[in-house]
Design a protein around this ligand. Sequence first.
Ligand SMILES: [Zn+2]
Length: 317
Amino acid sequence: MAFKDIVNQKKAKEIIIGQLKSGRIPHAYLFLGPEGVGRRKTALELAKSLNCQKNAGSQSGYHEPCDHCLSCQKINSGMHPDVQTIDFAWQAQLENKEVEKQKTIKIDTIRALQHEVSLKPVEGKWKIFLIEPADKITIEAANCLLKTLEEPPSWTMIILLAKHKENLPVTIVSRAQIVFFSPLSEHEITKFLVSHNSLNEARALEIAKGAEGSLSWALARMNEKAISVDDIWPRVRKERLSTAELLSCSQQYAKNAAEFLDELLSQMRADFRAHPQCAGDAIEAVIASQKLLTRNVNPQMVLDVLFCQLNKQAGTR
Ligand SMILES: [Zn+2]
């Protein structure tokens, strides 16, 4: 991984690399943008640049992180003692509570962060803290954090990751270097999925259309396991499948579409006596899909249409 591997975000990378080269490195950054567009990856590349052992020994100015030294490797694997993410998981551990119950970043969490900030780095030159989601910080926690942003120890860098700056107090925003991250275009996501994941272009575009600019979302959809054949009918009889589930199902079962439709049909027929109304409509839809397959219509398209129909019917059952 390197800065160049972060898709798009040319302006963001230019600002950060420019500051690294000039040596005028701010102690606080605010990375603004939607989820899944590279904010976190960029923050980690920045952390690697600051602590890379190869860079530390270099006399000829800034170089990209080497990705091989112990420091770079530890950051890549999330094991570097001087690079910490302050998020809901970290807070849950502090409070000894479930992550799901965390809705805001609280003042006690910022106090714990301040204790960490006050300690010198263990291995690297810099201590880097990522706060995410920074726009979920409470007002009192933000006021507490302000003290650290005003007088940070020389070895500290705090990177706030947030979607919108409007959700953060102006006092915090004004003390950080703002870097904007933009959503990726459908074309950029499609290109990435095709070149890095050998997906066919039509499929990649389909996923990209649902991604709303988020590459992480698109990659997660690609790797998502489809619902098992046995579970599809019991699920879709009661509720709609999400767009992601719908995409992964039609992608996975397109390879053996005929067998898949046979299996689905036999489940529906077995269910017909108990639920004649809803199974009846669904059976008709599957039979229509089987006919399309015999006419050599693209299997994935057939399944896409079928799942959309089943979803539509699910809303009326
Ligand atoms: Zn390195």
